[in-house]
Design a protein around this ligand. Structure first.
Ligand SMILES: [Mg+2]
Length: 99
């Protein structure tokens, strides 16, 4: 679980050192844009003869999406690891109840 925190910290530090600040709306638009690129790669996998390359591209786009999400979490001081663990517990409770 430490790795998720390290990733979030890296995004924060890298943005502070190397990126021009963007407003929240732009940040959300980047997230949506990357989400669309993930969807595009998934669509391309189906029936594509060059699946291996598309899967590599999918991995790259999921990485982009994760960085955008970390940036939004940083803006709002949300700890991604804590957020993930809360959701994990919620899902586990749901499964214990037999939903
Ligand atoms: Mg991308």
């Amino acid at each position: 679980m430490t790795k998720l925190k390290e990733a979030q910290d890296w995004v924060r530090e890298d943005w502070e050192e190397n990126s021009k600040p963007v407003d929240e709306k732009t940040e959300i638009l980047f997230l949506i844009e990357e989400f669309g690129e993930v969807a595009e790669m998934i669509r391309k996998i189906d029936g594509n003869k060059n699946r291996k390359k598309v899967k590599i591209d999918l991995e790259k786009e999921i990485g982009d999406l994760l960085v955008c999400l970390a940036s939004i979490a940083n803006r709002h001081h949300v700890d991604l690891e804590k957020a993930f663990l809360k959701t994990k517990r919620k899902i586990q409770k749901r499964h214990q109840k037999g939903y």
